[in-house]
Design a protein around this ligand. Structure first.
Ligand SMILES: Nc1ncnc2c1ncn2[C@@H]1O[C@H](COP(=O)(O)OP(=O)(O)OP(=O)(O)O)[C@@H](O)[C@H]1O
Length: 304
């Protein structure tokens, strides 16, 4: 694992009284018997039902399931944006089940990055400024005294955008915007990247290049959990779990995929190849075909 890819710190040095994290924790995240209910006057919806879930360092896990099965709820719980009704939750060995809002925000900032379907870039900021955004409040990379601008530029170069540092998002293709979003997710050196339909607005080939980027992130020891309707994501993931009515189960290798709400294709974008080739070591490590999709279709040249 390179020094640059990940040096996760989830606030272990904080004196907030929470259980201290174990630096050698077996799991980046762990849900134990997590149930999430949404209660209103007329009904109670069980969005997550006694879910056990673990992710190891450097693992890429796809979460699939029909609409309304609890995928977004699970991502929100994993991202410390929502709290379980019952059960326990650990982040790098630290019990984060009952953090205060402030503690949760701090832990999230230090340990978790987010990637969204529609990129969530600020159109009036350059690519570099967008990547720096999560550091703005503190003025430095979380848990370090590292200069955010230097870190942002380095990350953008690593995802193949070294020649787009000062471009606005409007000057970037969909795939390039998602690369900026990935760089932004990594700026605070997270242990975990949570992705919500990361290929949802991209055509298949561009989506594949983004998934290759996730694989490189994982090669550097960062874990990725991607919620998706896109069957392609499961081909790049180390394993796939499936939610049905809030109940989670592991999908066996080779299991049919046509009953879990997959979209037929991800044809939303209109990416054009610009002829640049993929970097072999974008995230500071060697590209590792052994970790790539065992059965994926040929991936066209990167659209960058
Ligand atoms: N804030 C809320 N209040 C009440 N019910 C909610 C709330 N958020 C989600 N739900 C319900 O919880 C269940 C799970 O929703 P969730 O959004 O997690 O599913 P999903 O698998 O992400 O769906 P989709 O694929 O359509 O985005 C659904 O029945 C939904 O209606």
């Amino acid at each position: 694992m390179s020094d640059d890819g990940a040096s996760p710190d989830d606030g272990s040095s904080s004196t907030d009284g929470a259980t201290p994290p174990d630096a050698a924790a077996e799991f980046v995240v762990e849900l134990r018997g997590v149930t999430k209910e949404y209660r209103s006057a007329s009904e109670t919806v069980v969005a997550l039902d006694d879910v056990d879930f673990t992710v190891r360092p450097g693992e890429f896990v796809a979460v699939v399931g029909p609409s309304g099965s609890g995928k977004s709820t699970m991502l929100n719980v994993l991202g410390l944006l929502d709290v379980p009704t019952r059960g326990e939750q650990y982040l790098r060995g630290r019990d984060v089940t009952a953090l205060t809002d402030e503690e949760g925000t701090d832990a999230r900032k230090r340990a978790i990055g987010f990637v969204f379907q529609d990129f969530h870039l600020i159109p009036t900021l350059t690519a570099t400024e967008n990547v720096e955004l999560p550091t703005l409040f503190d003025g430095h990379v979380a848990g370090t005294d590292e200069d955010p601008t230097a870190r942002a530029r380095d990350l953008l170069s690593r995802v193949g955008l070294g020649d787009r540092l000062d471009h606005d998002p409007t000057q970037l293709s969909g795939g390039q915007k998602q690369r900026v979003a990935i760089a932004r997710a990594l700026v605070n050196r997270p242990a975990l990247v949570l992705a919500d339909e990361p290929t949802g607005n991209l055509d298949r080939e561009t989506g594949a290049t983004i998934l290759e980027e996730f694989r490189r992130i994982c090669d550097d020891g960062v874990s990725v959990v991607a919620v998706t309707h896109d069957e392609l994501v499961t081909r790049f993931a180390d394993r796939t779990v499936e939610l049905v009515d809030g109940v989670l189960r592991e999908r066996e290798a080779g299991e049919p995929t046509d009953d879990v709400g997959f979209s037929a294709s991800t044809d939303g974008g209109n990416e054009a190849a610009d002829g640049e080739s993929d970097d072999a070591d974008v995230m500071g490590g060697e590209s590792d075909d052994a970790n790539g999709p065992a059965e994926s279709e040929p991936v066209a040249e990167d659209e960058r």
